[in-house]
Write a protein that binds this ligand. Structure first.
Ligand code: BES
Ligand code: MN
Ligand code: ZN
Length: 488
């Protein structure tokens, strides 16, 4: 896809040559925009509104063909109720839904009304990429999502530089979102721990990121007894991925992102019920998102140091699988009674958090499809954010808002730790049904005494169920925005 900017043409919007011209009407009464448009466009807008083809509501859009006096073959009118990034993005998505299946190869987009050029351009790249992504890896027969090959944003001359910067950033983030969606959509037999390692190495090759893959033996030497306990039931070799992007000053402390990389979660001996178990192929959504964020940050050559850690394994039952009641020793030295083998995410993350200490990070954020309880608590719109660090929590919430990839802060009071007590180990790995997302976070918190740490539970946001089943690529946007905001 080719993205670029076009300075407002002297001849007017009606003379723009394109397969499709999309006008996004920002704020005000859409009718009132007619005054600012050339006659053929103004007439088309008024008629669409008068005839009820276009409703004056955010996210409404209509496509008109061969409007007399308009050079572009198709005209799309889309409504953004206000000048917020959210309304702009919603209008773009509605407009793109009309464009993407058709014959449009060259699309030109223009805002009618006030909109900040940089975020608008960034959101345009994100929206186009989201609309045109199509999973084909194991379905090569799927028709291409779109013929779209070039997208231009019309901007004022003075805004050209910032708009170009916005597009560049949007493209970088979109490449990360795409990668995360693709990896997460892959079935468990196509996306194994080795596949995740290969994906990391690919980013390494393309963008000069140092990638190291620790094998089971290496993890044994490091004492990762908790991670290995989950891995021991699987015939598929586990991998512990360490990727380092050094775009900042040598001595600058890195940000560390940790992603849960369970390439399939059967529950293990505490086997899950059959219904919808296929969706547990998405249980590496955290891993996919931190690799996506890495790709975005490295592609944008951000001046920041970033380390990405991915403990990757299947969670399987079997003759060698870990059993309820087994006690294992984590890399931290703390012992864990595994009361439920289906609470495996925290078991692989705790060793990764301990491993993170060696980087003396400025901050550590782990990302995991950790609990069904988080889906019950927050649904599918906001990811669960847990952090005892006020400043870090605020940064992450702001990044989520800016990226339209929002999170919501959840509590971490000591009282929630009660349920993790065990008679046979330093802790159990579950804390009862009530507040399950919080007790899972409390378990992780026990391994973060030496870290500035936050945890994102993305169980409700990493994928969609139902007819549109598939990975969302979240929270790559939030993570990338968070890292960019820390770059020099
Ligand atoms: N991967 C699941 C969490 C999950 C469940 C994500 C449903 C998305 C949808 C995780 O490993 C898990 O099984 N968690 C258990 C924890 C419980 C045993 C304490 C859960 O949520 O039921
Ligand atoms: Mn599980
Ligand atoms: Zn899981």
């Amino acid at each position: 896809m080719d993205f670029n900017t076009l300075v407002v043409p002297k001849a007017g919007l009606a003379r723009v040559s394109a397969d499709t011209l999309m006008l996004v009407l920002v704020g005000a009464e859409p009718k009132d925009h007619a005054a600012a448009l050339e006659a053929p466009l103004a007439e088309a807008l008024s008629a669409a509104l008068d005839d009820g083809e276009l409703q004056a509501k955010s996210g409404q859009a209509v496509m008109l063909h061969r409007v007399v006096g308009v050079k572009a073959r198709r005209l799309v009118l889309a409504i953004a109720a206000d000048s917020s990034a959210k309304a702009w993005r919603k209008a773009l998505s509605a407009g793109l839904a009309l464009v993407k299946g058709g014959g449009t190869s060259k699309l030109v987009v223009a805002a009618v009304g006030e909109i900040a050029a940089q975020p608008a351009a960034q959101a345009l790249a994100a929206a186009v990429s989201e609309a045109t992504y199509l999973y084909r890896h194991t379905k090569p027969s799927a028709p291409p999502a779109s013929k779209l090959a070039s997208v231009s944003l019309i901007v004022a001359k003075a805004d050209e530089a910032v708009a170009k910067a916005g597009l560049a950033r949007g493209i970088a983030i979109a490449s990360g979102v795409d990668l995360a969606r693709e990896l997460a959509n892959l079935p468990g037999n196509h996306c194994t721990p080795s596949t995740l390692a290969a994906a990391a190495q690919q980013i390494g090759k393309e963008h000069g990121v140092k990638v190291q893959v620790l094998e089971r033996k290496d993890c044994e030497k490091l004492g990762m007894g908790s991670f290995l306990a989950v891995a021991q039931g699987s015939a598929e070799p586990c991998k512990f991925i360490v990727a380092q992007y050094l775009g900042g000053a040598k001595k600058e402390r890195p940000i560390v992102l940790v992603g849960k990389g369970i390439t399939f979660d059967t529950g293990g001996i505490s086997l899950k019920p059959g219904a919808e178990m296929d969706e547990m192929k998405f249980d590496m959504g955290g891993a996919a998102s931190v690799l996506g964020a890495l790709k975005a940050v490295a592609a944008a050559k951000a001046r920041v140091n970033l380390v990405v850690l991915v403990p990757a394994t299947e969670n399987m039952p079997g003759g060698r699988a870990v059993k309820p009641g087994d006690v294992v020793t984590s890399m931290s030295g703390k012992t864990i009674e595994i009361l439920n083998t289906d609470a495996e995410g925290r078991l692989i993350l705790c060793d990764a958090l301990t491993y993170a200490e060696r980087f003396e990070p400025a901050a550590v954020v782990d990302v995991a499809t950790l609990t069904g309880a988080c889906v019950i608590a927050l649904g599918h719109h906001r990811s669960g954010l847990f952090s005892a660090d006020e400043a870090l929590a605020a940064e992450l919430l702001a990044a989520g808002d800016a990226a339209l990839d929002p999170a919501w802060r959840m509590p971490l009071d000591d009282e929630y730790d009660e349920g993790l007590k065990s008679n046979f180990a330093d802790m159990g790995n579950i804390g009862g049904r009530a507040g399950g997302a919080i007790t899972a976070a409390m378990f992780l918190k026990r391994f973060t005494a030496k870290l500035r740490w936050a945890h994102l539970d993305i169980a409700g946001t990493a994928w969609k169920s139902g007819a549109a089943k598939g990975a969302t690529g979240r929270p790559v946007g939030l993570l990338a925005e968070f890292v960019f905001a820390r770059a020099r």
